[in-house]
Design a protein around this ligand. Sequence first.
Ligand SMILES: Nc1ncnc2c1ncn2[C@@H]1O[C@H](COP(=O)(O)OP(=O)(O)OP(=O)(O)O)[C@@H](O)[C@H]1O
Ligand SMILES: [Mg+2]
Length: 206
Amino acid sequence: MSITEALALEVSNNPYFKPFLDHIKLQIDKLWSLVDELTELKKCLEPLDYKDESLIYLISRIDRMIREKFINSSHPINVKKPSKIDRICIKCDIFKLTQTIGYLVENAIQHSPKNTEIRIIFRVGKKFLNIYVIDRGEGIPLENMEKIFNPFFTTKVGHRGFGLKFAKTIIISHNGNISIYNNAKREGCTAKIVLPLMKTDIYHET
Ligand SMILES: Nc1ncnc2c1ncn2[C@@H]1O[C@H](COP(=O)(O)OP(=O)(O)OP(=O)(O)O)[C@@H](O)[C@H]1O
Ligand SMILES: [Mg+2]
């Protein structure tokens, strides 16, 4: 039993103490969530575990993460694979990369109306793999564009503003690049990740 629970039992009949107990509980919950997030942020500073992975395997891991993590989401999340992915390889920390896509999808869900589609599109170029996470949400006000990758920048109550900082750290460590821009023709925004491919001469989409 925690100290707060013991205290609550002790003084639960006295309404005078209720606001104090509620306050203590709230502060403890906040501390726990801060500890969780700092633990998460620390993970992104740990050395990455690079391996040569096939694009087929990377996409299958992302597919699985989406099915598991967003199973209760009211947003349809559709993954569009490149038409030919055989023999395309990428040197990456597959766990961290998958986690990064998870953060982008999480943002897309949080900033777009229920039931609107979220698309994850993979495109293979000559030297690079492009991954797009596209939503149909509110988009990002221009004045926030410069700040969204800063740690602790958030426009949501109860959030810490770590997701995009994490994503950027991971992608830069892969010698890649990440950008976010508002969609030109429709509402919402697109997070674009560019990652170097290992094989350059096999196949590319037009
Ligand atoms: N898809 C999106 N649509 C609109 N705004 C977005 C989108 N993605 C990010 N943002 C903006 O960028 C800010 C920073 O995003 P980031 O993921 O770093 O932090 P967060 O989502 O606020 O908090 P956390 O990820 O720690 O829960 C968000 O608060 C939001 O204002
Ligand atoms: Mg986020």
